[in-house]
Design a protein around this ligand. Structure first.
Ligand code: PXG
Length: 443
């Protein structure tokens, strides 16, 4: 394959309206990836780029993994599609059973979606319908958190806490309230792992319950670690407290593990890492190693049971997608789970986490670094914004790293990192060495 050919006039860059991208900036100086293997991307101009972000937090086993590639090839030739409603195919049941077996506690029912956004909207709908099925239909409020990211559906942007995600799109869902973000730099800067300060921020939920009354609240949704908005690690005992308050008031707790799930913290799920059991969990990304789109909602036994009442000849949950449990996605997911297990990738992430922590915190003291945060194989380096030009300093670091063969991700003036779990120590050194060189050169 010739990777160097330039786009023809009929294949120019204009038609593709790129998502979450500065379209005009990109199209002036495109960054095209044409191949990927293990820890590296190949660019259109033939350079190798170390993947510091697992694509977009999704390729947890690295790229071009043979077992997954073969499973997808085999599946697409054998059964390319099967109707998702009132019909089934064996791999969807096999995958759901495999997932149920690895999930903590009695999270043992799986609803398939195609993305994290759909998983979030599905979980919110399940929460509302669950209370209604139990005769508590007045529980309609949803509680999210500032600086939360739950995808781009109307449900997700409503419970999410990023103003740029909300301001263009009208009023979204009503009846939503938000907890405060768990981050306070003056109390937490340069914490290694979970900050000691901030458990009391969970008590805000009591204040919100007192305001609206528990009988109106269906669910609280949080990311165990808020990743997209800059790796906000939950303070020690915070999630435990949130769980206790939800229990006290009959409110469902939803963990959005679209990023944290599938090994990023060195355990299968963040619920395992923190020892806190949610009632519903959303996942996507790492479920198929990013190879084929797929998301899922995991539900506890009591939730599934609440729907399986009444006459059998009714559809218990009036919800689903054409591609729920798509055969090719299921095949990719099964091969992904095999790869994680056979290569011990979750354990590998746990074993590497202390090295990762030391490496990222070694950047303390470099120009403009105002905070460093980490947990598992996730990390963030927060930079002081350029006066009058927020986001520019970090974006320029991203461009400079890319030029030097390292892919990082930025959000605001925060560099966020989440490499494939197959990364080795030399590559960790290379990643942070390059970032350090770039920050010094920018000073
Ligand atoms: N929940 C969480 C916690 C997420 O991180 C979604 C839901 C939505 O998933 P989909 O599959 O609909 O995109 C996400 C997605 C970034 C970045 O760089 C993060 C996400 C997506 C793209 C980029 O921080 N998270």
């Amino acid at each position: 394959m010739d990777h160097t050919e330039t786009p023809s006039p009929t294949n120019n860059l204009e038609a593709f309206w790129m998502p979450f991208t500065m379209n005009r900036q990109f199209k002036k100086a495109p960054r095209m990836l044409v191949a990927a293997k293990d820890m590296y991307y190949t660019t259109q101009d033939g350079r190798s780029v170390l993947d510091g972000t697992a694509g977009l937090w999704c390729c947890n086993a690295g790229h071009g993994r043979p077992k997954i590639v073969e499973a997808v090839q085999r599946q697409v030739a054998e059964l390319d599609y099967a109707p998702a409603f009132q019909m089934g195919h064996p791999k969807a049941f096999e995958l759901a059973s495999r997932l149920a077996a690895m999930l903590p506690g009695d999270l043992n029912h799986v609803f398939f979606t195609n993305s994290g956004s759909e998983a979030v909207d599905t979980a919110l709908k399940i929460a509302l319908a669950y209370h209604r099925a139990r005769g508590e239909g007045s529980r309609q409020r949803l509680i999210g958190r500032e600086r939360g990211y739950h995808g781009v559906g109307f449900g997700g942007i409503s419970v999410g806490g990023i103003s740029s995600n909300r301001k263009q799109f009208g009023m979204a869902l009503g009846g939503v309230d938000h907890l405060a973000a768990t981050y306070d730099r003056s109390q937490q800067a340069f914490s290694r792992g979970q900050p000691a300060w901030g458990a009391h921020l969970a008590d805000e939920l009591e204040r919100i319950v007192a305001l609206h009354d528990a009988s109106t609240i269906a669910a609280v949704i949080v990311e165990p670690v808020a990743c997209s908005t800059g790796v906000l690690v939950p303070p020690k005992a915070y999630l435990e407290r949130l769980r206790a308050i939800c229990d006290r008031h009959g409110i469902l707790l939803i963990f959005d593990e679209v990023i944290c799930g599938f090994g990023r913290l060195g355990t299968p799920f963040a619920a395992d890492y923190f020892g806190v059991q949610p009632d519903l969990m959303t996942v996507a990304k790492g479920i198929t190693n990013g190879v084929i789109p797929m998301g899922a909602v995991f539900a506890r036994q009591k939730i599934y049971d609440a729907f399986m009442q009444g006459p059998e000849g009714t559809i218990e949950l009036f919800h689903g997608y054409t591609y729920s449990g798509h055969p090719v996605a299921c095949a990719a997911a099964l091969a992904t789970l095999d790869t994680y297990r056979e290569e011990g990738l979750f354990e590998r992430a746990a074993a590497l986490a202390p090295y990762w922590e030391d490496a990222i915190h070694s950047l303390k003291g470099l120009p403009h670094v105002v905070d460093i945060r980490n947990l598992g194989l996730i990390g963030a380096i927060e930079l002081d914004p350029l006066p009058g030009a927020p986001t520019r300093r970090a974006f320029e670091a991203f461009l400079a790293c890319y030029e030097r063969g390292v892919m990082i991700r930025t959000t605001g003036d925060i560099i966020a990192l989440s490499p494939p779990l197959i990364i080795d120590k030399t590559q960790i050194d290379h990643l942070f060495g390059t970032i350090a060189d770039v920050l010094k050169a920018q000073a």
